[in-house]
Design a protein around this ligand. Sequence first.
Ligand code: HEC
Length: 157
Amino acid sequence: MPGQTRTVKSILAAALLAVSLSAAGDDHRAKINYMLYCQGCHLPAAEGLEDKVPRMSGFVGYFTHSDEGRRFLIQVPGSATAPVNDEQLAELMNWILRTYSADELADGFEPYTVAEVAELRQTPDTDPAARRKQILEDLSKKNRQLRRSLAQPATSP
Ligand code: HEC
């Protein structure tokens, strides 16, 4: 019967839609987690707050250029102690990097895995400001783009 065919077709269409939505669902959850747990300090466009919270927009990707920087992004207290599980923290950091700082990511950047995040967050930073300074100093020696970015007062983190 034509009516039945239509019903089957619309059920199939709904099922397909559900599958595609769940594939994109992680990004949605990451965004919600950002709004709930990060945005209060880092602000909606990850622009940060001058002299208080570093901007992540157009910047945070630089940290992926060294192993130490990569570890730092998870061990910094805002990340390590966030009230989300390891899977959601990996998803959140990968989303932050892609959303706010894709242009600064290291070539061939491999997204964080759940296991990596689980291990790193067990040892949160005790002196993030000093560690951050050291990492950026080391990185800027070999990264001209980062050096330039750090030299601009308006965008200096
Ligand atoms: C209470 C305010 C606050 C909240 C909430 C917060 N952060 Fe932060 N975040 C900071 C400050 C301040 C720094 C600078 C390093 C430090 O002193 O901890 C920072 C640094 C960072 C950095 C390193 C970037 C850099 O340039 O130093 C990352 C990555 C980060 N936060 C991620 C997050 C994530 C992810 C969340 C939410 C799950 C979050 N933060 C929540 C205040 C906050």
